[in-house]
Design a protein around this ligand. Structure first.
Ligand SMILES: Nc1ccn([C@@H]2O[C@H](COP(=O)(O)OP(=O)(O)OP(=O)(O)O)[C@@H](O)[C@H]2O)c(=O)n1
Ligand SMILES: C[C@](O)(CO)[C@H](O)COP(=O)(O)O
Length: 246
């Protein structure tokens, strides 16, 4: 269906893991006996529309990634492992610069999100073809507060309008290149890729993702991750009872 497009994925895995507080990069921690980054890459390898995967890693971890992740698990679509930068945004940009010249759809994904579903990846590609840019995400379940100085609540946005942005975040190649180049010119730093193109006036659509697609950030996320893998069948069997939307 999307075979006429060349679809690239940039997997950002060059962060510091400060909130995890682990001695090793959190992406190399094993869940169910496999490193988080290997789980993540596997999801994209399985998607038949993905043509290439660029992994972005810390310079000193590139060799480890090559041997212990890509070679060990036999990933065929990982064509390059690129050095990351100070901020997530710098790492992603390095990855984008290394894409194949044929690339026309670019998916950007966190190495620390190992539970992305292949159907969400396909929906992301579809979102680009139909709209040019999209973000996979979910409606928030909690009420969100905007908090100012002295922890005073300033306002309570209407919950039905608030979604949590996940990854992949997906774009036509020229849109994301334009966004990143303009961000550098303007010294703009965003916490996700979408904000980098939203500010240029591009419409970015939200695409329904999955509550399982967590970002492994703090130690308790590892417990959730382990139990999701262990009890996968139970979760899937119970899916018909799970409240997915609002
Ligand atoms: N300079 C950076 C910072 C982050 N990331 C990646 O972006 C993803 C999302 O970032 P986050 O979960 O915040 O990871 P860290 O930056 O490592 O976490 P922390 O802020 O706790 O240090 C992660 O897969 C991370 O490795 C990256 O490639 N390069
Ligand atoms: C891109 C992202 O995962 C969307 O939720 C998130 O913004 C990454 O942010 P972090 O500050 O690097 O955790």
């Amino acid at each position: 269906m999307y075979k006429n497009y060349y679809v690239s994925v940039v997997i950002a895995a060059a962060g510091m893991s400060n909130r995890m507080g682990s001695k090793i990069n959190k992406q190399f921690i094993s869940i169910n006996n496999k490193p988080i980054l290997a789980h993540t890459i596997e999801r994209f390898e399985k998607c038949r529309y993905i043509d290439e995967i660029i992994v972005v890693a810390k310079e000193e971890e590139i060799d480890y990634c090559k041997k212990e992740i890509v070679k060990r698990y036999g990933f065929k679509k990982v064509v390059n492992i690129i050095r990351g930068g100070r901020e997530r945004q710098d790492s992603v940009y390095n990855g984008i610069l290394a894409l194949n010249e044929k690339s026309n759809i670019v998916l950007i994904h966190d190495g620390a999100r190992p539970f992305v579903k292949v159907e969400n990846i396909v929906d992301g590609i579809k979102g680009v073809v139909e709209n040019g840019a999209c973000v996979v995400g979910v409606p928030v379940k909690d009420t969100i507060k905007v908090v100012g100085e002295n922890k005073a609540i300033e306002n309570t946005p209407q919950r039905s309008l608030i979604w949590a942005a996940q990854t992949p975040q997906c774009f036509w190649h020229h849109i994301i290149i334009n966004g990143y180049q303009k961000a550098i010119e303007d010294n703009f730093v965003g916490t996700d890729d979408s904000s980098i193109v939203e500010r240029l006036g591009y419409e970015v659509k939200m695409v329904m993702g999955s509550y399982e697609n967590i970002k492994i950030t703090t130690p308790e996320d590892l417990i959730v991750a382990e139990s999701m893998l262990k009890d996968k069948d139970i979760i899937y069997k119970r899916r018909e009872f799970v409240f997915q939307g609002r």
